[in-house]
Design a protein around this ligand. Sequence first.
Ligand code: ATP
Ligand code: MG
Length: 230
Amino acid sequence: MYELQNIVKSYRRRQQEVLAFHAESFTVETGEYVAVVGPSGSGKTTLLSMLGGMLSPDTGRVVYDGQSLYDLAVAERTQWRRKAIGFVFQTFNLIPYLTAVENVQVPLFLHGLPSAEQRDRAAALLEQVGLAERMDHKPGELSTGQQQRVALARTLANDPGVILADEPTGNLDPDSCEVVLSLFDRFVSDGRTIIMVTHDPAAARRAARQVKLQNGQISEPADDVLERAA
Ligand SMILES: Nc1ncnc2c1ncn2[C@@H]1O[C@H](COP(=O)(O)OP(=O)(O)OP(=O)(O)O)[C@@H](O)[C@H]1O
Ligand SMILES: [Mg+2]
């Protein structure tokens, strides 16, 4: 489903060029659960951004179900992203002046769902992540773990086929961490795809496949990855 072909991505800052990511070929099949590990600055977020249609490579193609993403017009790519992709960030990017249920409604609103349906679906999702009692709280009135669960409910709102997660458990206590990872397990058992950046070896082990990034280059050694993931 995902195919990276001859990708080079570098950033230029003050005369200095940083080769952030390169790969001749990298494939993720539908239904795979892939953990991406690697040191800070190794290109993990760069990779996720390119997979999410948010960052164009300098050369090469990112192909999703036969479609080369960066050959689409910007508006088409945005539409594709809203439909197909759910992002989970380390910082949750909740809107501070909206309540939990309103935050979850945002993607549904963007999708054009009638407002009563938005509210019902958002409430059901919050219930699923154990936050039925916190619907009308704003992010500032929620714990970190609760905020991440609201963010996760929002991610799931449009029923994406793919989750791209950038250190989704980085800021969480063990209980909240488990809530997130169990939801991911369920998501994958539905036949959907997850690509998850993590520094947590235990989280990486939940994925069926682990890849490692170093200096912008992917490798799939197996054994040492999990011990050194942190
Ligand atoms: N907007 C940018 N401008 C210039 N250089 C950048 C930019 N974004 C990232 N880089 C550089 O590209 C490289 C890869 O960055 P990236 O954010 O993908 O790393 P990462 O693996 O996600 O790191 P971390 O674990 O710290 O989040 C780094 O060397 C970084 O300094
Ligand atoms: Mg990063």
